[in-house]
Write a protein that binds this ligand. Structure first.
Ligand code: CIZ
Ligand code: SF4
Length: 304
């Protein structure tokens, strides 16, 4: 294993000096999760960013997550150590396209998965995460909606809430969309006593065969409650690090070797150190976008 000790000692000193809080997404590299103050999903991390007294947030994740933290905490400095770490799915919807869909379906409310740009959130009515999408869509008063950008999460929600008319945006996550039913069946054949836990960003042919479908936080909660000793994990590999630490006696198999998000893996210990040294790259959101985007995030929190 690589020796990160010099960089980690520097990060500890800088974290203290800058009064920084280091947040890491469940999909980050193991050593980044180990040095973070909090590891979690994008919503929990954004809420931790909003709740902390720390003036500086180091967001080890991808761009839309740091943007959400900046929307909820405009007075804090939000650093994204991996400047080029984006989410290709978030780039599959633009504000202009959303406005065209709105014109086509004038009665539909727009529900934007948090994996979207701030500009798209700003022209949406509600945000949701993979953990609360079903609950939110069920509870909001509108019966017709546009769900974006993830067609797989949108289809999963539509299956759970058949009483609503949902227009599906054609976006997808390159990492989760790649997984096939054949890979799932092979993993089950190799590990017949391990339940398959899949993320709703997987194709419906995969979620249909899974024993449980949920967000990262829901998969973590499922394992905590489950009697099984082995699990097949159908989401980005980074989640296994925390699961393995929490459950040293249990075994976790990755459903398919392709479950790696290259953008999430861009964050390195050296980049975290550099971000704290240089107080850059800092993510800011223009107030004209920030305020309507915040409204969509707040409307999510009002319903779930
Ligand atoms: O909302 C998140 O953090 C993402 C991208 C996935 C999940 O299931 O937690
Ligand atoms: Fe985006 Fe997929 Fe990577 Fe998540 S795993 S950041 S949805 S590309």
């Amino acid at each position: 294993a690589t020796d990160f000790s010099a960089d980690i000692a520097a990060i500890r000193r800088l974290r203290e000096a800058r009064q920084a809080l280091i947040l890491a997404h469940n999909y980050q590299n193991d050593e980044i999760q180990d040095l973070a103050d909090i590891v979690g999903d994008s919503l929990a991390l954004s809420q931790a960013a909003a709740a902390t007294a720390a003036p500086v947030i180091v967001f080890c994740g991808v761009h839309f997550m740091a943007e959400s933290a900046a929307i909820l905490s405009p007075d804090k400095t939000v650093l994204l150590p991996a400047e080029t770490a984006g989410c290709p799915m978030a780039e599959m919807a633009s504000a202009d396209e959303v406005l065209r869909w709105r014109a086509k379906y004038p009665r539909a409310a727009v529900v934007a998965y948090v994996n979207s740009t701030a500009a798209v959130k700003a022209v949406s009515d509600y945000c949701c995460t993979s953990a609360n999408a079903v609950k939110l869509v069920r509870r909001i008063p509108e019966t017709e909606l546009i769900f974006l950008p993830d067609q797989n999460l949108g289809r999963f929600v539509a299956e759970q809430v058949p009483e609503k008319t949902i227009h599906l945006w054609p976006g997808y996550c390159l990492t989760h969309h790649r997984v096939t039913a054949a890979e799932l069946l092979r993993a089950k054949e190799l590990h017949p006593d391990a339940p398959v836990l899949a993320h709703p960003e997987c194709r419906s042919e995969v979620t249909a065969l899974a024993d449980f479908v949920g967000s990262t936080s829901q998969i973590i909660a499922y394992v905590r409650e489950a009697a099984a000793a082995k699990f097949i994990i159908g989401t980005e590999m980074g989640i296994i690090h925390g699961l393995q630490q929490e459950h040293p006696g249990k075994t976790f198999y990755l459903l398919a070797p392709g479950l790696v998000c290259p953008n999430m893996k861009q964050t390195t210990v050296a980049k975290v150190r550099l971000a704290l040294e240089q107080m850059a790259p800092a993510i800011t959101v223009d107030p004209a976008v920030r305020e309507p985007a915040r409204r969509a995030l707040d409307r999510m929190l009002a319903y779930v």
